[in-house]
Every structure is written in structure tokens, then in C-alpha cells.
Ligand binder design. Structure first.
Ligand SMILES: C[S@@+](CC[C@H](N)C(=O)[O-])C[C@H]1O[C@@H](n2cnc3c(N)ncnc32)[C@H](O)[C@@H]1O
Length: 252
């Protein structure tokens, strides 16, 4: 199914810089070594990929968005437009890394994992953080409720795959990985602006169901529903993120 989500590097940098800035723990789990060849799957605008390159890693980034790949190339990176479900690499990486991207690859996670395994050298590692089970549950519930009031089934529009540890680990093992660690981590995340900026950046698959004239009232309704839950007394907005962070080794 074609996604109605688009990625604009400028909007992403303005509203979502926290995504790469909060990747410290998964980078630590990756433990990148200078000289290693590492694939960054769903590299986005390449800002995080560039920090790994600065450590002396030989980085290749892939992303499905031509605009994001363009931004990554502008940083001097080897970035390629490629869907995670159709990775075209064969036993050439010491590690595959991914931050905040795998949950967007909803329709065939097993094809993504199989492509990662193919891309890795024997003994190579797959280290990633993605949205996990329950991620943005409050935001999603408000979106679905506002869509339901308009007679629209929001579940059918949901672009996200937020698996449990058990679900994702079963897929990894079935594909020939040994899971070294995997955990769900609740990570309420302060947003740089209002929830409407977050919705404009990440929730396009839901708003696309409405004609453009309907969207401002829809966003205002979702914002009002979420304010008591996600906006604190200092008027700071928080997204109810849950992350799934794991490290797995290509077995056999
Ligand atoms: C939230 S951004 C994360 C970007 C980057 N990893 C970071 O930490 O800033 C998610 C990225 O996943 C990419 N993406 C979504 N679906 C994809 C797919 N099927 N294959 C490859 N990339 C995909 C998007 O284009 C977007 O750049």
C-alpha cells in the first residue's frame, strides 16, 4: 500500500531533531568501531549517520525518501534511495543500524529483517531502536477518536508497526538472528513545539483522509483532546513514546 507520509528535511530538522539527538543509548549499544562498515537503515536526513561517520565508520545510509536522501548526500554521505523491504546488499556490512525508522516499515517486517541479514557479514550485528508496543498510544487514540467522529476508520490508515519484544524477537530468531538484548523503554519525550507540529511531521497518514479545508479543525480537536494528557503546567508538550531497542547477531 502506498504511504501518504512524506518527509521534508527542513520540517524534520525543525520539528524532529530530538529523534537523532536522543539516539545516544542505541549508538552505545551499537558500539561502533573506527573502520567498520555500517549500514544506517532509514537514515533520514543523515545527521545521525554523519555522527557515526565522524567516529571513523564507513557509513552507507539508505532511506525511502528521495528528499531525505538528498539532505543526507548534502552532508557528504553515501546515501541511497532504497526501501527497507528491498535491501540490495550481500554480506558486506559489519553492522546494520537503525534509529526510529523500522516502525515505518509496517507492511513486511520479515522482508526487512531478511534483507538486513543478507546485508551482514557472518557474525555481523543488527542494532536498532524503533517505536515499540504502546508507542504514542495517547496520540493515536485521539487521532482515531477524531476520525471516528467523521465516520472514518483510523486503524485502517495507521502507518505504524509498534511490536512487542516477543513479536520482534520471534521474527529475528526465525530469520536467523541470535538476540543478545531486547527491551521496551517508556520514553516520554519533550517536543520542541506544539503537538500540532508533531502531527504535521508524523501523522500525515491520518490527516490525508480529510480534505485540506477540514484539517485545521481536526488538528485543533486532537490538540484539545491531548492537552490535559500531554501538555504540562509549563505549557511544554510531551509525546508518549515507547521504544523497542535491541541487539542481535547474524547466526550461522
Ligand atoms: C523518523 S525518521 C528517522 C530518521 C533517522 N534515522 C534519524 O534518527 O533521524 C524515519 C525515516 O524512515 C524512513 N522510512 C520510512 N519508511 C521507510 C522504508 N520502507 N524504507 C526505508 N526508509 C523508510 C523515512 O523516509 C524517514 O526518513
Amino acid at each position: 500500500m502506498a504511504s501518504t507520509q512524506t518527509w521534508d528535511p527542513q520540517t524534520y530538522a525543525r520539528n524532529a531533531r530530538f529523534v537523532s539527538e536522543l539516539a545516544g543509548a542505541v549508538v552505545e549499544l551499537l558500539a561502533p568501531q573506527a573502520g567498520e562498515r555500517i549500514l544506517d537503515l532509514g537514515c533520514g536526513d543523515g545527521v545521525l549517520t554523519a555522527t557515526l561517520a565522524a567516529l571513523g565508520c564507513e557509513m552507507v545510509g539508505v532511506d525511502a525518501s528521495a528528499a531525505q536522501v538528498g539532505a543526507a548526500r548534502a552532508l557528504g554521505l553515501d546515501a541511497r534511495e532504497m526501501g527497507g523491504e528491498r535491501l540490495d546488499f550481500d554480506a558486506e556490512f559489519d553492522a546494520v543500524f537503525s534509529n526510529a525508522a523500522l516502525h515505518w516499515m509496517k507492511h513486511d517486517p520479515d522482508a526487512v529483517i531478511a534483507g538486513v541479514r543478507r546485508a551482514l557479514r557472518p557474525g555481523g550485528r543488527f542494532v536498532a531502536e524503533m517505536g515499540g508496543y504502546g508507542c504514542v498510544a495517547k496520540i493515536k487514540a485521539a487521532l482515531l477518536a477524531a476520525l471516528a467522529r467523521r465516520g472514518i476508520d483510523g486503524e485502517a490508515l495507521d502507518p505504524w508497526y509498534f511490536p512487542t519484544v516477543e513479536d520482534y524477537c520471534a521474527r529475528l530468531r526465525a530469520s536467523g538472528f541470535r538476540v543478545e538484548s531486547a527491551a521496551l523503554i517508556a520514553r516520554p519525550t519533550q517536543l520542541p513545539g506544539d503537538i500540532s507540529d508533531w502531527l504535521a511531521t508524523f501523522a500525515q497518514c491520518f490527516t490525508a483522509a480529510l480534505v485540506s479545508e477540514q484539517r485545521p479543525a481536526f488538528i485543533a480537536e486532537v490538540q484539545a483532546a491531548l492537552k490535559p494528557q500531554l501538555c504540562d503546567a509549563q505549557q511544554r508538550w510531551w509525546a508518549d513514546y515507547v521504544r523497542l531497542r535491541f541487539r542481535a547477531i547474524k547466526a550461522g
